[in-house]
Design a protein around this ligand. Structure first.
Ligand SMILES: [Zn+2]
Length: 265
């Protein structure tokens, strides 16, 4: 069995999927932990650090990926289910360039050397690739994006527009707020019920609220889309529980910075 495991490079701690590594897919999920830095590693702009400090974190990411920060691309995430194509002309958008990829919670790219970046701080990061390295895709699936099935949109796009057989699609689901801590109202739980029966993904608590397994729901959506179970790697980590490693919006509120997930063809 593969797993999403903690690794370290020059004092920086990050997570990688063994499965994606087996296929040589360059990727990682960030943590906040760097042994050589006093402050937590943050990839979100506007969280109290200077632009130069934040860019220094992207340079660390660049060393892990083997790509310079100038090539990285990020979108404005809006908790919807749109997946947009990224190409050479987009390099630097959202990070070194003022312009952004607008309103997209998923990015997909069939070209080489363009790292895709998505943010999260409790939401589920989903990285997709394929066995022959034809395209890579990064998805931000918060609860809204999850119930709007952004994971399904990503698979459909890989299949229809990039010609990737679904049985070749690989997927790594990163750390997010997990069932232990992700408590929602009955109204939100109802939105999940519309997807499929929730017996194994939702649990009603004594206070009338529900605990939802966001990683499990996204995994199930991918399975139902035809991604084989053996092609999936799922992190065990809860962002709320592990404060030494992760930001959590639920735990920290507006103080929370942003983690990032990266993938590059
Ligand atoms: Zn937890």
């Amino acid at each position: 069995m593969c797993a999403v495991l903690l690794r370290q490079k020059d004092g920086y701690h990050y997570l990688q999927s063994e499965l994606l590594n087996q296929y040589g897919i360059r990727h990682f999920f960030s943590t906040i932990k760097h042994d050589g830095l006093e402050r937590p590693v943050n990839f979100g702009f506007h969280y109290g650090e200077t632009r130069e400090e934040i860019l220094s974190h992207y340079r660390i990411a660049g060393e892990i990926l083997g790509e310079p920060v100038e090539r990285m691309v990020k979108s404005t995430q809006i908790h919807e289910a749109i997946v947009r194509d990224v190409e050479e002309a987009d390099c630097g958008k959202g990070i070194l360039r003022e312009s952004d990829i607008e309103n997209a919670d998923g990015l997909i790219c069939g070209e080489n050397h363009i790292p895709l970046v998505i943010f999260s701080a409790d939401c589920t990061p989903v990285l997709l690739a394929d066995k022959k390295n034809r395209a890579v895709c990064a998805v931000h699936a918060g609860w809204r994006g999850t119930v709007q099935k952004i994971a399904k949109n990503a698979v459909e796009k890989m299949y229809r527009e990039y010609g990737i057989p679904k049985e070749d699609i690989l997927c790594a689901i990163g750390p997010c707020i997990s069932k232990c801590c992700f408590e929602v109202s009955a109204e939100v739980a109802e939105e999940f019920e519309k997807l499929f029966p929730m017996e194994s993904f939702a649990e009603k608590k004594e206070n009338g609220k529900y605990h939802i397994d966001l990683k499990g729901v996204n995994r199930e959506i991918l399975l139902r889309e035809g991604v084989p179970e053996k092609n999936m790697d799922v992190s065990n980590d809860c962002t709320f529980c592990r404060e030494e490693l992760f930001y959590s919006f639920r735990r920290q509120g507006k103080e929370a910075g942003r983690m990032a997930a990266f993938i590059v063809r």
